[in-house]
Design a protein around this ligand. Sequence first.
Ligand SMILES: Cc1cc2nc3c(=O)[nH]c(=O)nc-3n(C[C@H](O)[C@H](O)[C@H](O)COP(=O)(O)OP(=O)(O)OC[C@H]3O[C@@H](n4cnc5c(N)ncnc54)[C@H](O)[C@@H]3O)c2cc1C
Length: 459
Amino acid sequence: MSAPDVAALEAIVGAGNVLQGDLYGLRNPGYTRENLAAGLLVRPGNTAEVSALLRYLYRAGIPIVPHGGLTGLVLGAVSKPGDVIVNLERMNRIERVDPVDRVLVAEAGVTLETAQRASEEHHLMVPVDIAARGSATLGGNVATNAGGQRVMRYGMTRDMILGLEVVLPDGEVLCMMSGLVKNNAGYDLKQLFIGSEGTLGIVTRVVMRLHEAPARVATALAACQSFEQIPPLLRHASQHLGGKLTSFEMLDPKYYATTARLSFIAAPIAPAHGSYAILEASGAESDDVDADLEATLATALDEGLILDAVTAKSEAERQAIWTIRENSEPIERLTPACWSYDISLPLSRFAEYLAVVQSTLASIDPEPDFYYFGHVADGNLHLMVGSQASDEDMHRRIEEIVYTPLKTLGGSASAEHGIGLERRHLLNVCRSEGEIALMRRVKSILDPKGLMNAGKVLG
Ligand SMILES: Cc1cc2nc3c(=O)[nH]c(=O)nc-3n(C[C@H](O)[C@H](O)[C@H](O)COP(=O)(O)OP(=O)(O)OC[C@H]3O[C@@H](n4cnc5c(N)ncnc54)[C@H](O)[C@@H]3O)c2cc1C
């Protein structure tokens, strides 16, 4: 970047907030060093600065890559030399938590965990919850339409955003911060930016819908004979617990045993069964969710849906169960290569899908390091496949095994992590030609120079 360009950026955000060189090199790059390949990062302090930055960069024809907490999993934040990274870490103010309107208004650089804590002070809850909560930002959650553990009860990020402020690629500030639950006046434009992965503009502020924080939470781990029992167990739990069932996650036995071991947690149930599920019920002060959950499990046992179950008797036991579910990262280090997938299918097709994937994987490796777990209630599983071979050929073969059955079974190759760069070649597995063509038209209207997170999602 030329010296006059750098000077212009410094004039907008202050010299200390244009990072290059040593200071820049010390930054945490997240999952890949490619995130920081641009070599230049600016840290605006408010919306006016984001607007002035984008106006300058757009006129100068300089590509822009938005950064949040760098926890995204599909290479959506990677940059290249010549790009300018716009990082919102200084825009970390919570403007208000309003217990009457039940909304949180905040800048987009606030982390999800900070927003959760601020809401809890008012006995309210941000329903989005993901394991990366400590680093992921609200802007990143919006840009990726994050899902997580409570989607079955509250929906995706898209369902919790009541307002957004977005700076368009040319610097125009689009304010959609009404915060109204109901506003059927024309197109709901904010939805266009939710899940757009930084390709249409930079999210600078959000209005999030809050829910009453549950006064009581009950969590259980159940063991089933096989995956076949998971869908009927979900139905059973939904019928018995109704709206109180807030999470239903599954873990295959290998994942369960491995993450317990790698997290130094004694497995609450022996890792000898065919499938495991985490059930969490939440309710108000007057709800005896512990008793409700235990009764649900007792009838599930009677009906042969589960073989064993334990309920958490303390917050520490609850956290132990959730750590076993969430702590997937150490698995990546067990083999020279490990590839992760995030697939979506109708729940009724999962058993068939898993059988095909397992048998095909076994045909290329007699003992595949295969794990599957996750948000099964939303028809979403995460798969991890470890391999002794870390070459591109093995990567391609495994990818084909994971993705090919999705076409016939009506699934998606990206349930909640997005497309980024990594899954660009899979967009046509998940979306029709007509949808992709319209996405391109929308992109060309908002970003005619193609500078905003260039190459991501649509290529
Ligand atoms: C341990 C772990 C668990 C996870 N669990 C889940 C899960 O359960 N469910 C789920 O859906 N996801 C999950 N994720 C992935 C999830 O997408 C991200 O964690 C999170 O939503 C991204 O937020 P971020 O601030 O880190 O964004 P980044 O990683 O910084 O960016 C992600 C994308 O958003 C864009 N972006 C970031 N900020 C903005 C902004 N302000 N305006 C416009 N574009 C922006 C970036 O350009 C990039 O394309 C998980 C990730 C990890 C590491």
